[in-house]
Write a protein that binds this ligand. Structure first.
Ligand SMILES: [Zn+2]
Length: 391
């Protein structure tokens, strides 16, 4: 019998243990809050009353009295920075740094956060100096990344390359794509300053870093064309097809100009027609259509537009096809086609855009670096119509 009922004792024993545990928790909580300085509660009160300045003063008082509240300051600092109140964030982090007894890890952390505050406030010199001071420790990698951002904003590509290489040695993911882009930026500057040898030198370095750099190949062609070597430029731009055919629309117009300059525009039109056939794209069709219409007449351009529309139907292709039909039509059909095309163009004129695959920023021009998120090569090299346009 005893054996059958002993387990009934478990319930009251468990209850008693639970009650004791709750009492213990309550006691601990009470003693902990008794240890918190009054300024902490004053600070909280100010914060709740939306008086952040007074709250900071109160919290600064807390940190003077109680070193354990360092985390509270990091939380506050980040909160202010995110709200765009960088001067307050700077004050919080500088206050932490002014403490002589702050452990090294906390000091590095505060320094890193202060650098981020300066960066957000646009004080690039001070941000750079702050991040430069973090060469070792847990925040060194983050600091180097921040320096890369700063040099990108300043368009200091030499320093960007140096930092990117350093980051790779620190174990960061490969930055070959970015390094090649930095060399391309330097090449572009050299090209603008009419220093073709410097430009070629940078482009060779770009291709060494990233043999797939389409931009380097395109720029090689630009350097050749600027030096009057049209045939060499054509050969470079043709290489884009092997590297990545998606980028061909970016060289189509340049290529036709070079063929024109060599006195052989028909060869250019042939090449563009082949490309449009192999890699259907509205952007390629736009260039090919204009040149085929000029060189071979409206019937040939019409055939080109019709074939493309059959392969890849879309609004831009439809506008182009109506234009082609209109060019060879008689009145009154010509006026009807004009009306249809005008209506369709009004509906589509602002639609096709390059779209950043990272942040979704849409742009009329193609960018190698997104103006929205500063990512490199985040734009697909083709303008796309948004899905809603087809409704
Ligand atoms: Zn972006």
């Amino acid at each position: 019998m005893d054996l059958d009922f002993w387990w009934l004792l478990i319930v009251p024993v468990a209850f008693a243990l639970g009650w004791m545990a709750a009492r213990y928790d309550l006691k601990t909580l009470l003693s902990e809050s008794a240890n918190l300085p009054r300024s902490y509660f004053r600070g909280l009160n100010f914060l709740l009353n939306e008086q952040p300045d007074q709250a900071i003063d109160a919290f600064i008082e807390v940190v003077k009295l109680d070193p354990e509240t360092v985390e509270l300051h990091f939380a506050l600092g980040n909160l202010f920075r995110r709200r765009g109140e960088t001067d307050r964030a700077i004050r919080v982090h500088q206050n932490l740094l002014s403490r002589v007894d702050l452990p090294v890890t906390e000091r590095d952390h505060a320094m890193y956060e202060l650098g981020q505050d300066f960066l957000k406030a646009g004080l690039l010199d001070r941000a750079e100096e702050t991040f430069r001071s973090l060469e070792a420790g847990d925040y060194a990698l983050g600091a180097q990344r921040a320096l890369l951002t700063i040099y990108g904003i300043e368009k200091d590509w030499v320093k960007s390359i140096e930092i990117a290489r350093h980051l790779e040695t620190m174990g960061a993911d490969s930055l070959a794509k970015e390094i090649a882009q930095f060399h391309c930026e330097l090449a572009q500057e050299a090209l603008q300053q009419k220093k073709p040898d410097d430009a070629r030198n940078q482009l060779n370095l770009a291709l060494k870093a990233n043999p797939q750099s389409v931009r380097a190949t395109i720029l090689f062609g630009d350097v050749d064309a600027a030096g009057g070597e049209q045939q060499a430029a054509i050969t470079q731009w043709q290489r884009v097809e092997e590297q990545n055919a998606a980028y061909l629309p970016l060289v189509a117009e340049k290529l036709m100009k070079a063929y024109d300059a060599t006195g052989n525009p028909q060869a250019g039109a042939d090449l563009l027609t082949t490309w449009v056939d192999r890699y259907p794209s509205n952007d390629l069709l736009d260039v090919a259509y204009q040149h085929v219409a000029t060189l071979r007449g409206p019937e040939a351009a019409h055939t080109l537009a019709r074939t493309q529309m059959q392969k890849s139907p879309n609004l831009a292709g439809m506008t182009r096809l109506l234009e082609a039909q209109q060019a060879t039509a008689e009145e009154p059909r010509r006026s009807e086609l004009e009306l249809m095309r005008t209506l369709l163009r009004q509906r589509t004129k602002n639609l096709p855009r390059y779209t950043c695959q990272n942040c979704g920023f849409r742009a009329r021009l193609f960018y190698w670096q997104c103006p929205g998120c500063s990512g490199w090569e985040t734009y697909a090299p083709r303008r796309v119509e948004p899905i809603t346009a087809s409704n």
